[in-house]
Write a protein of this length. Structure first.
Length: 63
């Protein structure tokens, strides 16, 4: 069985990300309060690279 459309599969989670910041000030991670890669002006949930990776591991789909 071939899956030609690549990104569409069993996971239906919308993984949109905020735009990366060009420089400081950076938004705080909502879990550990460390600086993220996202601008401080972004309204929404922001995670640092470590927490983002850990969250992806927790929510990964198993096939």
């Amino acid at each position: 069985m071939s899956d030609d459309d690549g990104d569409t599969g069993y996971c239906l989670i919308d993984a949109t990300r905020p735009p990366k910041a060009d420089g400081p000030p950076y938004a705080e991670c909502v879990l550990c309060r460390e600086p993220t890669e996202y601008p401080e002006s972004y309204k929404g949930i922001t995670l640092c690279p470590v927490c983002e990776w850990q969250e992806a591991q927790r929510t990964a789909c198993s096939g």
